[in-house]
Write a protein that binds this ligand. Structure first.
Ligand code: SF4
Length: 203
């Protein structure tokens, strides 16, 4: 997926403004507000989910409510706080009734996420849920088959690990052990990238 040419050079304030005013797909008509993203703009780990739900639409922040609390707990399990990472969704507006985003909506919105990734330049992306994986990696392969290996996103080939969406884990708690394995993979990759970074700085 490519950036829209018009989004390529935007800085954070301009990107925020562009998203807040966006009417590029029909979801603008039913949103309470756009849900841009939250966290550290210098994060080494970026979490990418699907789209805002009802609570996110109300609060203007991604991953709040029960799924957000579980995500926070998952992050804490590998020694990270919510403020250490950056959290964003493929779509910045809520699909009515929490239906899956359509292809047209995802295409209309993808430039914003791409620009967020470019501005943050994370060491690693954790893609949560099938919709995020489909849009980041351009595949319909189920999460269960994508997890456990390192994929790469975009022209910059940002490493990416795929895991289950916390909302799915709330419905299927027996899958939490697999998510825990995925988090261990994330923690290991972050450690490796830190070690490489430190070695690079000391030479
Ligand atoms: S979902 Fe994305 S493309 Fe559609 S109106 Fe919202 S910000 Fe614009």
């Amino acid at each position: 997926m490519d950036l829209r040419a018009s989004d390529e050079a935007l800085d954070w304030p301009a990107l925020r403004e562009r998203v807040a005013a966006c009417t590029a797909c029909a979801l603008h008509a039913t949103r309470t507000q756009t849900v841009f993203g939250v966290g550290s703009e210098r994060a080494r780990l970026m979490i990418v989910g699907e789209a805002p739900g009802a609570e996110e639409d109300r609060q203007g922040e991604p991953f709040v409510g029960r799924a957000g609390q579980l995500l926070n707990a998952m992050l804490r399990a590998i020694g990270l706080e919510r403020g250490d990472v950056y959290i964003a969704n493929v779509l910045k507006c809520r699909p009515p009734g929490n239906r899956n985003p359509s292809l047209e909506e995802a295409v209309a919105c993808e430039g914003f996420l791409r620009r967020q990734i470019a501005l943050i330049a994370p060491a690693l992306i954790l893609s949560v849920g099938g919709i995020a994986a489909r849009n980041l990696l351009g595949t319909d392969t189920p999460v269960g088959k994508l997890r456990g290996t390192v994929h790469h996103v975009g022209a910059d080939r940002v490493p990416c690990v795929v895991t289950y969406h916390p909302a799915y884990l709330l419905r299927q708690p027996e899958e939490k052990a697999k998510a825990w394995q995925d988090l261990q993979l994330v923690a290991g990759l972050l450690r490796e990238s830190s070690a490489l970074h430190s070695r690079g700085q000391s030479t």
